[in-house]
Design a protein around this ligand. Sequence first.
Ligand code: FAD
Ligand code: NAD
Length: 493
Amino acid sequence: AAHSTPSEATKPAAPVVHDTPAANEPPTSFKYVLIGGGTASYSAMLGIRELDPTGEILIITAEPYAPYQRPPLSKELWFKGANAESLEFTNWQGEQTSLMYQPASAYESPAADLVPTGEGTKLLTNARAVALDVDAQTITLESGTVVKYDKVLLATGGTPRKLAVQKGLPEVAQRRVVTYRTVDDFKKLTQVVSGDEGKTKKVAVIGGGFLGSELSVALAQKDGVDVTQVFPEEGNMALVFPRYLTKWTTNQITSEGVTVLPKSTVTSLAYDDEADKILVQVNNGDSPLAVDHVVVAVGIEPNVTLAKNAGLEIDPVRGGIAVNAELEARHNVFAAGDNVSFHDVVLGRRRVEHYDNAVLQGRWAGRSMAGKPKAFTHQSMFWSDLGPKIGYEAMGVLDSSLVTVGVWGHQQTDASSVPAAAADGAKTDAPLGKPPGSEEFRKGVVFYVRDDKIVGVLMFNVHGKVDVARRILLEGRKPAEANELAAKFDIFA
Ligand code: FAD
Ligand code: NAD
């Protein structure tokens, strides 16, 4: 399963505008402060540097690492060629690469007491911003240090949700019921599943979405790891895929060695100190699963506390920081990535929890901060890989409660022999163009429909066609055109 490189790669472009540093007087504020050590923050740094090669940037991250990308944490880092210590790995394209965008040594350390110097890119790790004052233009750190900014970016991402039932567990068991989002989470889980030679480790993964499904498949292919995935929906990715595809995907994940327990809610967690196991009680009437470790993957809460306490508007529906088209929440305060509610010119107000969105919004916000504000109009893509057999790319709104029209290719047919697309409007779970009598969804395109317009495109085992999907959304194409449009994705080859 290989995916194409996300659009607008993270490489810096040639700088075009040269700023003159302030004359004589030492600066009292940082020209740019970026809060966050993830993709949106790093991309904003690149966006700023396109326009302002020297202006001082201070990146503040709560993590002990230089900014890094998260997607390989549930994919390539678990597969052959990965080094859990150096965080280097072989990507699906076969290239050797690193989780870190740049080594920490590529950044400068801030001056003592965080005194601004007027130039350079400074990285402050293990530092949490705890307050934002948008009038005084200051950030207060957990250490008590106050940093003044000219422009600030809130790129604080999200925090994984926990289960209510994990609260009562004793400390010894708490350590073994974990959420999963960071390098440290990866390192801990690696230790858990690679200890005790010859002894099988039992892991329960709670959640049937992107993270739960990817991580279950990645863990199951490791020797000596036994994975049970538990979630309330009918099958894997049921909130995203149409029902037939969820069913097929669940079967595939099962054949990768994962024991999948759909329609299952965890009603309690307990610790058996004699057996030294976590007992996961599920509402299916069976006796509890006894496991060594539990990974909770039940979604995230966007990190908006700084913004909220500063009096900025939070979208009450989507939970993100409300920004205008230029990704500005208030004068000189920008936001980008998972924690942002933005106006999508084609699809309406949205909050998106995917990588390419963080890359693009970060880049856009960075350029805006450096003085070239421009409406964010780019339609981002996303992708997922569920082991070697399933890989997909997607664009727009993928919500399984919408009407979907799926067109599936197979070796013996061409576009002209595919049945006509479903009648408009009616909710259909039936895929079109599926090989008769086969449950094989080898390659296909699913269109998601709202108000008789295609608002989402899922490209299943189809790669490198995101531009085609983007055009379909921009042009507001109709579901009745599904077959004609599907032919553009080469699914019949
Ligand atoms: P984050 O990456 O969450 O970064 C936020 C940063 O802010 C963190 O470093 C955090 O410590 C820091 N921070 C938070 N609060 C503060 C504070 N007060 N002070 C200082 N620092 C703070 N998307 C895809 O499209 N495809 C994939 O295959 C894919 N795989 C993924 C796999 C995993 C395991 C995970 C967890 C996510 C995956 N995603 C994927 C989603 C993608 O990684 C996110 O959308 C992206 O990381 C969002 O970037 P961000 O910069 O907005 O937030
Ligand atoms: P998600 O929103 O994709 O899935 C949440 C899942 O939680 C649901 O599918 C449901 O099964 C489950 N759930 C919710 N409440 C539950 C409960 N009480 N008990 C059991 N299950 C419950 O979130 P995630 O899978 O946790 O992923 C975390 C974040 O990382 C998300 O922002 C996601 O988009 C991102 N991520 C993205 C990718 C990708 O784009 N390929 C991959 C991994 C992670």
